[in-house]
Design a protein around this ligand. Structure first.
Ligand SMILES: [Zn+2]
Length: 360
């Protein structure tokens, strides 16, 4: 466990050092000329005021409103053009690349997007997209990563049932709590979708966590989403029904998740989503099968979380587009400048080899 914690913090430090090295040596400018591509898509999750808790295992998923505004001002200063996903799709298809562009996307549909991000984006007239997992907006989703955070935060020991067998983890110190979260993530990655769902349902029940209350506290309702959807700056995209690792599902179940999520958004908001984002979105969660489903289901674009900038050739990979995560662990403008220059893949691959889609 301690080794796992040390490895994770080593990885973060290594990524930070790589980004810093590229920035302070000025190498990122050269990189931008060669690898900067035609534009970028940013991935965000939560935008909310900073918290002081020492234990924040999901911190990578949140940035502050101040940082969001700083990012906007920085990209404007650099001359990048903020555009929506439909316009990005048009430019990729028609090969219009006179200006480098940036698209802002939010995954999952959190309420803080409306409370904290929207006022900033509206003030600066920035188009953006929100990818909604329909169970989250129906307030019946299980945000298991939050369950895990609450349980590890409030207890000195955590027991989870893994396929009928109890596994107990020490959670006394912050380091132990973080190691527990990482260990559980690791165990989950080896389970089937059904076993994963069962494990977290049992954990929530055992710890008396009200997952419905948690979901409604964190996620926007359809009513709130429809307020956003009425603004021409906003694109609502699909993000499945229950937010599964699609790759773990049988073919028909994976396709149904993708199709039914979009259908639910259409029935509640009156507009068929034209864009899709894969839950989790990395190589462990999504592959060629899902890229093909997204095309068959008629999405104009489908976005992964594989790090990278967009290139002109992405017109041939519209359902496997890369994004750059605006990650709470790297809330420095200099890091984002380096990532935007095309270093995202390099920085991450330098530390952990990512499986890449053969089509790209
Ligand atoms: Zn998501």
């Amino acid at each position: 466990m301690k080794r796992m914690f040390a490895r994770a913090s080593f990885r973060k430090t290594a990524i930070r050092l790589t980004l810093d090295a590229l920035y302070f040596t000025g190498a990122f400018r050269m990189l931008r000329e060669r690898c900067g591509g035609v534009g970028i898509i940013l991935t965000l999750h939560h935008v909310r005021p900073a918290r002081q808790d020492a234990f924040q295992p999901n911190r990578s998923l949140e940035i502050t409103p101040e940082f969001l505004e700083a990012v906007i001002l920085e990209f404007r200063r650099q001359g990048l053009e903020f555009i929506g996903l439909d316009e990005m799709h048009r430019r990729l298809c028609e090969g219009c690349f006179s200006n480098r562009f940036v698209c802002i996307t939010f995954d999952d549909g959190y309420r803080d997007n409306l409370e904290y991000a929207y006022p900033i984006l509206r003030q600066h007239r920035i188009p953006f997209a929100i990818f909604v997992a329909s169970d989250f907006a129906d307030w019946r989703g299980h945000l298991w990563w939050r369950t895990l955070e609450s349980v590890a935060s409030a207890n000195d020991r955590v027991t989870i049932m893994v396929e009928g067998s109890p596994r107990t983890f020490a959670c006394r110190s912050v380091a132990e709590k973080i190691a527990t979260v990482r260990a559980v993530h690791q165990i989950m990655s080896g389970l089937t979708h059904e076993a994963e769902v069962r494990t977290f349902a049992e954990l929530a029940a055992m710890m008396a966590i009200d997952t419905v209350a948690d979901c409604s506290a964190a996620c926007m309702s359809w009513k709130e989403l429809s307020r956003l959807a009425a603004d021409p700056l906003v694109t609502i995209g699909a993000h499945t029904v229950s937010h599964p690792h699609l790759r773990k599902l049988a073919p028909e179940a994976a396709r149904r998740e993708m199709e039914a999520g979009a259908a639910r958004v259409e029935s509640m908001l009156g507009v068929r989503p034209r864009h899709f984002a894969y839950p989790f979105g990395d190589a462990s969660a999504v592959g060629l099968r899902e890229f093909a489903y997204a095309a068959e289901l008629g999405f104009r674009t489908a976005l992964t979380t594989r790090p990278g900038v967009l290139s002109a050739g992405d017109r041939n990979h519209l359902t496997s587009l890369p994004r750059i995560s605006v990650n709470g662990d790297y809330q420095r403008l200099r890091h984002l400048r380096v990532l935007e220059a095309g270093a995202a893949t390099l920085a991450w691959n330098g530390v952990r080899r990512l499986k890449r889609a053969p089509a790209r």
